[in-house]
Ligand binder design. Structure first.
Ligand code: ACO
Length: 311
């Protein structure tokens, strides 16, 4: 990987002008974008699985319609993101192959199980809430196609976050058993959600270069803090306790302090040893194999269209 200067690249970055696919760019910039955008796309696609698990068991027709729409949105986000990465010269086949052979990462959070209906609300509120915190600054990312894709993704994510909170508000107004179900789900998801933002800044290998290149606009720790600060008051309104005895307002810093994250758990999940990693990969491999006939039909159709005489 070279980091040689490219004509006009630094000037565009300095002037906050988007880098477009045909512009000269350093190899390392291209590679890091392919890495991040493809991992982001894989996260959206694998992220359909934990919630898809509840579509047939949603408690009402309304909740089922909402959940169906949300899971479909995530599939759409994955497709925009694959398309954005393709503009950098990588094929979708290559990216999908890297997901399926385990060499590409996807977000750690999607390797946790959805055990109760409250998990669907908590994923919307906390997982999508964390995703928005991370993704809103990506709308200002220096690479044009990624930044533009993020605008629509963020609007849809914000609907996802609200539907999750609304679901939880409804459950918290219900029976003591429903309220207990919400609290139990919050207890299980809180720490894995904080891990979504990635390692602490001092352990983040890509942070320095990605910030320099305007791919990331805030560091992992800054985004995590922003998320905690925004979420604590929402938890109070909802009436749930966040499972961290060290969580408290620090007037001097003007932020909430919070407890230590279990990085051993994080790296185990990233390495493939989380509670659902194997199940998620098996589901994606099966979907890919089951879809072989669709790819084949599309290929034959495209060939026929080319061969058809034009009038
Ligand atoms: N899950 C899995 N892997 C992670 C996670 C996580 N939560 N956080 C960091 N990592 C990986 C990185 O991908 C990197 O691995 P790599 O070198 O093999 O690519 C390694 O850990 C070190 O991390 P960083 O140096 O901090 O990596 P980076 O600067 O890329 O920051 C981050 C990580 C914040 C996730 C960044 O890539 C990003 O903002 N991505 C776009 C958003 C995204 O992918 N969201 C997915 C979840 S949201 C959703 O899908 C609804």
């Amino acid at each position: 990987v070279t980091d040689a200067p490219c004509a006009g690249f630094d000037e565009k970055l300095a002037a906050d002008i988007k880098i477009e696919p045909s512009d000269p760019m350093p190899d390392a910039y291209r590679k890091t974008l392919i890495r991040q955008i493809s991992q982001h796309a894989h996260s959206e696609i694998v992220g359909m699985l934990p919630e898809g698990n509840w579509i047939t068991r949603a408690p009402t027709l309304k909740r089922k319609a909402i959940l169906l729409a949300k899971v479909q949105d995530e599939g759409g986000h994955g497709l925009y993101l694959y398309a954005a990465a393709e503009t950098l010269g990588v094929s979708r086949d290559t990216m999908v192959a890297a997901l399926l052979d385990g060499s590409a990462k996807y977000s750690s959070i999607f390797n946790y199980p959805t055990l109760s209906w409250a998990d669907i609300g908590v994923i919307g509120w906390l997982v999508d809430g964390a995703a928005i915190t991370n993704q809103v600054p990506l709308c200002r990312c220096s690479y044009g196609p990624y930044a533009r894709a993020m605008v629509r993704v963020c609007k849809e994510e914000s609907f996802h976050q609200r539907q999750g909170y609304d679901l939880l508000v409804a459950m918290m107004k219900g029976s003591p058993a429903q309220r207990a179900m919400v609290q139990e789900a919050v207890d299980r998801w809180w720490w894995p959600v904080l891990m979504m933002f990635g390692p602490h800044d001092q352990d983040s290998v890509h942070n320095g270069t990605s910030m320099k290149w305007g791919i990331k606009r805030f560091s992992n720790d800054d985004l995590r803090q922003k998320f905690v600060d925004a979420t604590v008051p929402q938890a109070e309104v909802l009436g749930v306790t966040l499972p961290d005895p060290d969580l408290k307002w620090n007037a001097e810093r003007g932020h909430y302090d919070f407890g230590a994250i279990d990085w051993e758990e994080f790296w185990q999940v990233v390495k493939g040893n989380g509670p659902c990693n194997r199940e998620r990969m098996a589901a994606r491999i099966k979907a890919h194999e089951d879809g072989a006939w669709v790819r084949e039909a599309a290929r034959v159709h495209a060939e026929k269209k080319i061969a058809r005489p034009t009038h």
